[in-house]
Design a protein around this ligand. Structure first.
Ligand code: DGI
Ligand code: FE
Ligand code: FE
Length: 223
């Protein structure tokens, strides 16, 4: 009996060591990847957009730590989220067309750089930055509009984009402290602030934005 037990302990330790080495290897790989990604972004983005991306990465990592999401994924999504932001509209259209993305209300999505840079960025995350991870891709895709049933990582990147340290607008301090206390309330507040702003400007509100906001209202009412 005791021999069997020590054997299985040995097997257990063996498995554990292999798992640990694999973890170390993947961690190392991810770390190298991040450095390469940062270099690439520094080359392609304006200094201001690059600083913003760094801010979103830091804030997303912080929120992931606070709310129990993967800090590594949050950080990567934060860095990459606006990688398509400075492309021309026709470049963005080309990217999403090549990836065969289709959209509800395609007419508005395809003519707006503000809306299209998220989906285009999610394609580039995979094709240009080698991010083969659907959670990260989703967080990039939906970072501007959100959607109904946002994942934890999607909420984190959506909010981090809004409150990262370089952002400065009336109310951002309140939103930052709310983000420390209640993620869903903060996501709703960010939505409300964006939507009010869009209404003031007479802008078109895309369906995902509209329904994503209502979804948060409904979820919070059920608490
Ligand atoms: O890319 P960023 O400037 O860091 O931030 P973002 O991706 O959250 O937002 C880009 C812009 O998109 C911002 O000015 C607000 C705007 N936006 C968000 N939702 C909608 C929208 N614009 C329209 N027309 N419709 C929306 O539903
Ligand atoms: Fe953006
Ligand atoms: Fe952004």
């Amino acid at each position: 009996d005791s021999i069997a037990e020590s054997d299985s302990t040995r097997i257990f330790i063996h498995d554990f060591v292999i798992a640990f080495l694999k973890y170390q290897a993947s961690f190392h790989e991810a770390f190298m990847k991040l450095e390469k990604i940062q270099k690439e972004l520094e080359k392609t983005l304006s200094p201001k957009r690059f600083r913003h991306s760094a801010g979103v990465a830091d804030m997303a990592r912080h929120l992931a730590h606070l709310y129990g999401a993967s800090e590594e994924k949050a950080c990567l999504a934060g860095w990459i989220h606006d990688c398509a932001k400075e492309m021309t509209l026709s470049e963005m259209q080309h990217v999403v067309k090549k990836a065969h993305l289709t959209f509800d209300d395609a007419e508005h999505m395809l003519k707006s750089r503000a809306l299209l840079h998220g989906p285009a960025g999610s394609v580039l995350a995979k094709t240009a930055f080698g991010i083969d991870d659907e959670e990260i891709q989703g967080a990039i895709y939906y970072h501007t509009t959100g959607r109904v049933g946002m994942t934890l990582l999607e909420k984190i990147v959506f909010l981090a984009d809004y409150i990262e340290p370089n952002r400065d607008f009336p109310g951002v301090e309140d939103l930052r402290s709310l983000a420390e206390k209640d993620l869903d309330q903060a996501v709703l507040a960010a939505y409300d602030s964006t939507i009010s702003h869009l209404i003031d400007q007479g802008a078109y509100i895309y369906g995902l934005t509209f329904f994503g906001r209502n979804d948060m209202v409904e979820k919070l009412a059920k608490h």
